[in-house]
Design a protein around this ligand. Sequence first.
Ligand SMILES: [Zn+2]
Length: 441
Amino acid sequence: MYPSYPQYAPPPPPVPYRSSRLGLKIALGLLVIVALLCGATDSALFLAVRTGTDAAFVDGDRPLADLLSRRAAAVAGHDEAAFLADVDPGDPRLVDRQRTEYRNLLALGLSSFTLTLTRAHDYDVSDADLVRRYGGALREVGVTVRYAVAGLDTVPDAEPWIPTFALVHGRWLLVAEEGAGSGTKFPFGVGGQPWEARPVAVVKSAHVVAVVSKEDQEIAPHLLDLAERGVVNAAKVRPDGWPDKVLMTAVSDQKVFDSYFAGSADKLAQVEAVTIPRYSDVAEWDGGAKYTLSRVVFNPNTLGRGDQELQHTLTHEFTHVAFGPQTSDATPVWLVEGMAEYVAFGSEKASDAFVSQAANHVSGSTLPADHSFYDSADNYLLGWLACRLIAQKYGQPKLLALYDWFKDHNDEDGGFRAVLGTTRSAFLSAWRNYLRTLRAG
Ligand SMILES: [Zn+2]
């Protein structure tokens, strides 16, 4: 009925985000701040990719594959010297950065960490500096990083890493790695891993592992409290079918967050956080990648916001995480975002006056289309008010059933008929009446 892959991708993508010679298309849903009402929301992030053929893996790749094995083993074995042994000692700044990465990786408390040479021949080194320093013996490759956080992830997810190695005195050494803003030929999210930040501290509660910058450690307990409540809020509406545990990156390095906004820097300032669906493989490199879990990354600018706004954002994001396993490319965006707002506003017990104010704030007489959803923050409110009406009129279980229906179906009218026993157009007219009533209230 719908492609089993990718999960969590609206047709068509709201913002053409990136395309490569592999024909990838990744779109990023943005949340524009709902200033009048609460100023709090987020962005969901959507991914729609399909890849080409696998790269050939030839004998000449063996030394690099061995190096990657040593590096992964050094993390598993807590051996900093071994980790740094394959980094070019002639570049002290790189060595420092790598030491930080190593220590950050250890701070995360990983239960597994593997590195797989996945794209051995896809990339050419274009950095003139590197070519000047190391000559022609340079290899830039695509590596799949699979990691699981102990006590949090039941399965590892896959992330892209794009290192460059140089042959120095007959030995391959790490000489560079791509980060935020590295360009559109690389997979989405390069440079956005929590260990790619400056030194981090990792704090844990029952359901949340939060990664913050070391210098921000004093905010961690409070942020963790709010986050824990956010998971509880999401779990009240969606008690099972997800691990109810979340890794949240809230470091003050802007570049980590920026890694997810390469094609839309202009909208970045308006986005408070992103929920990122992750897969069993790097989706751009493997068309068989399956959804595994979602991670949440905060915009550092958000962290200074007031508690009420932060709580709203956290509950909203964790709702995306909770509904991730049920979300498909067919799930309408108004329902994805409306559900996240429904849970967040529900947990805040939004007053009648507030709901009426929201209805008065928005215009529009139809449900926002996927492709233009992120053009206006008002669409979050429209989605919320549609979900709110469905829950009031048919009961919250039916709202969830409608959401889940799209996991295996893609016809919106069919969903309204099968789950709610009405048609989409009959629902829309009831919804318009509902908005009119709220506005009058
Ligand atoms: Zn959202």
